[in-house]
Design a protein around this ligand. Structure first.
Ligand SMILES: CC(C)(COP(=O)(O)OP(=O)(O)OC[C@H]1O[C@@H](n2cnc3c(N)ncnc32)[C@H](O)[C@@H]1OP(=O)(O)O)[C@@H](O)C(=O)NCCC(=O)NCCS
Length: 330
């Protein structure tokens, strides 16, 4: 039997954020919070909010189209579309089916990944296995979320999230370039620390669940902070060990964007210079599965990423789900 193992790289990136902006100043007029606290503690100045008519798939397909064009491909070249989201258009079918039809990418197999804020990291890893094994050549991975739709706008935890989507096309690469290591982790014992209690099979939507606001997200901020600052450094150390690289070899960290505090603590634990930790939560807040690909697209198109750069991606999401991967940029 012929075994096919191919290297995998990112050949195109794209992103899309809605036009409407909610500034900290505006939020301070609707809930008990303050501008300075949000900016200082979370690193957020403003976030984008999808319109009433914009579903997650609308953001996702625009980001996806953008990435396909950037890769110099057409929709017909895409073999697989993975949409990472925890704010799907509908419980079924998958948001990926909506995106496929909007893109008219009918040669592709499509499915969703539900790993919340780790979704894009999980998606890149799953896509890579299909390309490495020779099953598919071009995979579109999209991270898209509209947390504004599951936010209680009367509570002060409405400050954390924004809406947005990012995407990357992954294809096969030459030896010595592309992804060098991936490590994904999950621990379902943490599943209640960030959750949407109702609307699923455990507690179906009813007048009572809606009245009690159980269709909105609930977050245990202290546990998120504790888990993130423990698990992100562990995952990064593991991929460094896998590759034989040292912390000093990393040119950029492109992490999930939960809060500036979590990222500063993570860098401190790793003894990694914070200047190399890329952020854009000031403009977009936490867009959940959208954070890494939106930031990647910005950095890629600004010309900051150079051939040969060693880049580490890392994320943690509800569940818990978390991990890290390392790529040699090409
Ligand atoms: C949110 C976070 C900063 C809160 O800190 P904490 O110590 O856990 O929570 P507390 O409720 O004790 O609040 C601490 C202070 O922040 C203030 N605060 C908390 N949320 C606030 C908000 N939305 N607006 C303004 N102030 C807020 C509290 O009033 C309190 O102020 P005080 O010290 O003057 O009393 C912290 O838990 C955190 O960063 N968690 C990670 C959350 C995250 O990243 N979520 C997104 C990814 S899922």
């Amino acid at each position: 039997m012929k075994q096919m193992v191919r290297n995998v790289k990112i050949v195109g990136t794209g992103s899309y954020v809605p036009e409407k902006i909610y500034t900290n100043k505006y939020l301070a007029t609707i809930v008990d919070t303050n501008e300075e606290w949000i900016e200082k503690i979370l690193g957020i100045k403003e976030r984008r909010i999808a319109s009433k008519d914009e579903a997650t798939s609308d953001l996702a397909w625009k980001a996806g189209e953008n990435a396909i064009r950037h890769a110099g491909l057409t929709e017909n070249d895409i073999d697989l579309i993975i949409v990472a989201t925890s704010t799907p258009d509908r419980p079924c079918p998958s948001t990926a089916c909506f995106v496929q039809d909007k893109l008219k990418a009918y040669n592709a197999v499509v499915f969703d990944i539900a790993a919340v804020c780790s979704g894009f990291l999980y998606g890149m890893s799953v896509a890579s296995q299909f390309i490495a094994s020779g099953v598919y050549d071009n995979v579109l991975v999209i991270g898209a979320d509209t947390f504004s739709k599951i936010t209680d706008w009367t509570r002060r935890d409405c400050v954390f999230f924004g809406d947005g989507a990012g995407a990357a096309v992954l294809s096969h690469a030459n030896d010595g370039e592309g992804f060098l290591a991936y490590r994904l982790y999950s621990d379902g014992r943490g599943r209640y620390n960030f959750t949407v209690p109702a609307g699923g099979s455990e507690n179906p939507a009813s007048i009572k669940t809606v009245k009690e606001g159980l269709h909105y997200f609930q977050m245990n901020g202290k546990e998120v902070f504790k888990s993130a600052t423990t698990l992100l450094p562990q995952a990064i150390r593991k991929v460094l060990k896998d590759t034989g690289l040292k912390v000093d070899d990393i040119d950029y960290m492109i992490p999930h964007q939960p809060s500036i505090g979590i990222l500063k603590k993570t860098a401190e634990i790793l003894e990694f210079p914070f200047e190399k930790v890329m952020t854009n939560m000031d403009k977009y807040a936490n867009t959940s599965a959208g954070t890494i690909p939106i930031l990647l697209d910005e950095l890629n198109k600004s010309g900051k990423l150079k051939k040969g750069n060693i880049i580490v991606f890392t994320a943690i999401g509800a569940g818990w789900t978390w991990g890290a991967s390392i790529i040699k940029w090409s």
